[in-house]
Write a new protein. Structure first.
Length: 125
């Protein structure tokens, strides 16, 4: 199976100047436009194994992914929490091989920590 894709992803983001819970807040949305082509070949087992191929191609918009983050910095310690969701707006059909979306809503979140001491030139997470 091969699935070459040509995708353009654009994520405009705005960072707020007003602090929320003492953190810098930011909000962004990832938008996707592109082409996804899929080719599948199968060979049946047994005498004279037949090979069949099937292909599909889709061009259009993908799902929309809004993201929100809160970031705190204290001396050399940096913390972040984030949340994102997937809005099923992309080119997706259940019986097609190619898609530009996942066909359902999604949600995810995370936390992060980074130690950054610029004076000593040390960074770690």
């Amino acid at each position: 199976m091969t699935s070459p894709s040509d995708l353009f992803m654009f994520t405009p983001t705005y960072a707020f100047t007003t602090r929320i819970f003492g953190a810098q807040a930011a909000f962004g949305t990832t938008l996707l436009y592109g082409k996804n082509a899929t080719l599948v070949s199968e060979t049946s087992a047994g005498c004279g194994g037949n090979t069949q191929s099937r292909s599909d191609e889709v061009l259009g918009f993908g799902d929309i992914y809004p993201t929100a983050t809160l970031k705190w910095s204290k001396d050399v310690h940096n913390f972040m929490v984030n949340a994102t969701t997937g809005i099923p707006a992309g080119a997706y059909q259940l019986n097609r091989l190619s898609a530009l979306g996942i066909g359902h809503w999604a949600a995810d979140g995370g936390v992060g920590y980074t130690y950054l001491n610029e004076k000593a030139g040390i960074e770690g997470s």
